[in-house]
Design a protein around this ligand. Structure first.
Ligand SMILES: [Zn+2]
Length: 134
C-alpha cells in the first residue's frame, strides 16, 4: 500500500500526512493547512468518495444480513437483523465519511499522477509540410 493511501485511510492529507484537514467530523477544510493541497478539484469531485462510502456500507449490510442468516438458520431473527442492518446503514456513512474523503483524494491523485507519467513524452500534434513541398 502506498504512503498516500495509508494517509488517506487515516483521515490525513495524502500528500504531506498532516492530520488537521477536518474542522469537525464532517467538515473538511478546502485545502490542507500544512501543504496547501486543494482537496475539491471540481464540482462533483466527491462523487467518488460517496461511491466508496456507499459500497462499504452496503457491503457491510449484506455481510451482516447474510452472515446472520447463515449463523442462525433455520430460526433467523428477521426483525433483529433488519434493525441492526438499518442502524448500520444510517450510522456507517456518517462514521466513514471523513475516511472515504481522504481515501478518495489519495486514490484520485495517485491515478492522475500515474496517467500523467504514462502520457507520451513526444509531441502529439501533427505538423503538415507546406503545400508544394513533396
Ligand atoms: Zn498536506
Amino acid at each position: 500500500m502506498s504512503t498516500a493511501l495509508a494517509r488517506g485511510l487515516t483521515r490525513r492529507c495524502p500528500r504531506c500526512g498532516s492530520g488537521g484537514v477536518f474542522h469537525r467530523w464532517l467538515k473538511m477544510a478546502p485545502t490542507c493547512p500544512t501543504c496547501g493541497l486543494e482537496f475539491e478539484q471540481e464540482q462533483g469531485y466527491w462523487l467518488g468518495a460517496v461511491m466508496l462510502n456507499t459500497g462499504i456500507t452496503e457491503g457491510s449490510f449484506l455481510g451482516v444480513f447474510v452472515g446472520g442468516m447463515i449463523v442462525t438458520w433455520p430460526d433467523v431473527p428477521w426483525v433483529a437483523l433488519l434493525v441492526v442492518g438499518v442502524a448500520m446503514t444510517v450510522a456507517l456513512p456518517i462514521l466513514l465519511d471523513p475516511f472515504t474523503r481522504t481515501l478518495w483524494v489519495a486514490l484520485e491523485r495517485s491515478a492522475r499522477r500515474w496517467s500523467e507519467n504514462d502520457a507520451p513524452r513526444y509531441p502529439t500534434t501533427i505538423v503538415r509540410a507546406p503545400e508544394g513541398d513533396a
